[in-house]
Design a binder for this molecule. Structure first.
Ligand code: FAD
Ligand code: SF4
Ligand code: SF4
Length: 441
């Protein structure tokens, strides 16, 4: 019987599950698709309800996880196939070519600076607000902190045509442009799936003008703009003129609780992070006015109501119960006018602001159904991974020995993702021990 655990997804949930299992003496393979572990939390500025710096909390966990004697982090990798059954799974993992030898690279960044495409490729981590090279380190606190050469853009990898200054720039001889994908075959006892979620692209909701109006952005873009390690060094600026917005509107439930988008459920976290976003804008410059347009305020956690109250009383946030019908743009100033029916006082009203932030729905990853098929587990009607019984076994999937945890099961905040990561680790450990006891009575 195999007693290793495969954790798929290295966000805060997968990291927590791996740490808990590693500390109990289980061997863990943590497989992360991206070049670095950390997931979405690594890209957030502050986190509600404490407004602590997100990466300051997460980075120590990322490093502990990477250096843990019982945890093997396999980054830039994905599951190809899972066969067998609980206690005796075989996992085929594709470790994608990074074109950099991870053991030699020190993360100095010289190759990134030398790359002929420096400053030419939209940086995904910064939501395209800045540009990177084909050789890149995704963000400052990346773990592992090694360079990756992007196979879709590198001139040598795609066309075989580049003088390859990156190779000469690397004093460690770490660049290996002939590197190939590797297939690893692992013997696994149990699996934890913690692949997180993604956010809805608001472009189809034409009334909000996303993609048409420069100063309409979505919440993840806002997170990067207000982040000190983001593309503007934490100075919140408008796309149209790089000026600081002094009046900001946040529109809740964009694509959520909406039959048109196919996501009629509540994303549960956005009322809270819009309040956080407003607080941050006010903390940066306390002449900023913030207006949150909400459907109903969802603040179900401990201390959450008090947080909203603080938003109102200490940070001057104006909460307006309305679902705006349209946003128009002043062609000259690029200011925005939000048109809405105020459901509290009645009547159609409008509000002029400098920037609009759309709190977009949390939705399952596009490939969640494909991954469910590979694993032989069920999804719910939207594509989130389903628990065998969401009331009594919230982290057990429909298949024995496979557990599901965190935001890949439904929208949830960091605290709940950590709790579920811990719960999945506990169940995984319990099932391994039971199987071991049966195998060697
Ligand atoms: C704009 C915004 C603001 C937020 N603000 C807050 C806040 O202030 N406070 C708070 O508590 N929460 C906040 N959240 C929610 C928070 O980001 C999530 O609760 C948390 O990130 C969920 O953690 P997770 O590990 O489940 O998923 P993720 O963080 O999404 O991590 C999943 C990981 O799995 C990897 N992965 C995906 N598919 C695969 C695959 N097939 N194979 C291998 N790896 C894979 C991903 O690359 C990623 O690293 C916010 C979310 C958003 C969008
Ligand atoms: S590949 Fe070489 S030059 Fe690039 S970051 Fe690593 S050590 Fe530095
Ligand atoms: S081979 Fe050329 S394009 Fe590719 S990373 Fe090196 S310098 Fe950049």
């Amino acid at each position: 019987m195999a007693d290793s655990v495969l954790v798929i997804g290295g966000g805060v949930c997968g990291i927590q599950a791996s740490l808990d299992l590693g500390d109990r003496g289980h061997h863990v393979y943590l497989v992360e698709r991206e070049p670095s572990i950390g997931g979405r939390m690594a890209l957030l500025d502050k986190v509600f309800p404490t407004n602590d710096c997100s990466i300051c909390i997460l980075a120590p966990k990322m490093i502990t996880c990477f250096n843990h004697p019982n945890i093997e982090v396999i980054s830039y990798a994905e599951l190809e196939e899972l066969t067998g059954e609980a206690g005796n799974f075989k996992a085929k993992i594709r470790k994608k070519a990074r074109y950099v030898d991870e053991d030699k690279c020190t993360g100095c960044g010289s190759c990134c600076e030398a790359c002929v495409l420096e400053g030419r490729i939209p940086d995904e981590c910064n939501q395209g607000f800045s540009k990177r090279s084909a050789a890149y380190i995704p963000f400052m606190q990346a773990v592992p902190r090694v360079a990756t050469i992007d196979p879709e853009n590198c001139l040598y990898v795609t066309r075989g045509k580049c003088k390859r200054p990156c190779v000469d720039a690397c004093q460690r001889g770490a660049i290996d442009l002939e590197q190939k994908d590797q297939i690893l075959t692992l013997d696994i006892g149990v699996v934890i799936v913690a692949t997180g979620l993604t956010i809805y692209d608001p472009t189809p909701l034409a009334e909000y003008g996303y993609g048409r109006f420069d100063n309409v952005i979505h919440s993840m873009e806002y997170e990067r703009l207000i982040n000190a390690s983001g593309p503007t060094g934490g100075h919140l600026t408008r796309r149209s003129d790089s000026e600081r917005p002094k009046r900001i509107a946040y529109i809740q439930c964009v694509g959520a609780r909406d039959q048109r988008s196919g996501h009629p459920y509540c994303s549960s976290v956005c009322c809270m992070y819009a309040t956080k976003d407003s607080m941050l804008a006010y903390i940066h410059d306390n002449d900023t006015e913030n207006f949150i347009f909400y459907t109903d305020l969802r603040a179900p956690g401990k201390g959450f109501d008090e947080y909203i109250k603080r938003g109102e009383e200490e940070y001057g946030i104006t909460y307006i119960r309305a679902r705006p019908g349209e946003i128009t743009q002043d062609e000259e100033t690029k200011n925005l006018r939000v048109w809405y029916e105020d459901t509290t006082s009645g009547g159609v009203k409008d509000l002029e602001v400098d920037m609009v932030v759309l709190s977009t729905a949390f939705i399952p990853r596009q490939d969640s159904r494909d991954l469910a098929k590979k694993l032989g587990i069920s999804t719910d009607e939207y594509g989130f991974f389903a628990a065998s019984d969401s009331l009594t076994s919230p982290v057990d999937s429909s298949t024995k020995g496979i557990f599901v945890a965190g935001a890949c099961t439904s929208p949830m905040d960091v605290t709940d993702s950590v709790t579920q990561g811990g719960a999945a680790a506990e169940r995984a450990s319990e099932v391994l021990s039971m199987m071991e006891a049966v195998a060697s009575p």
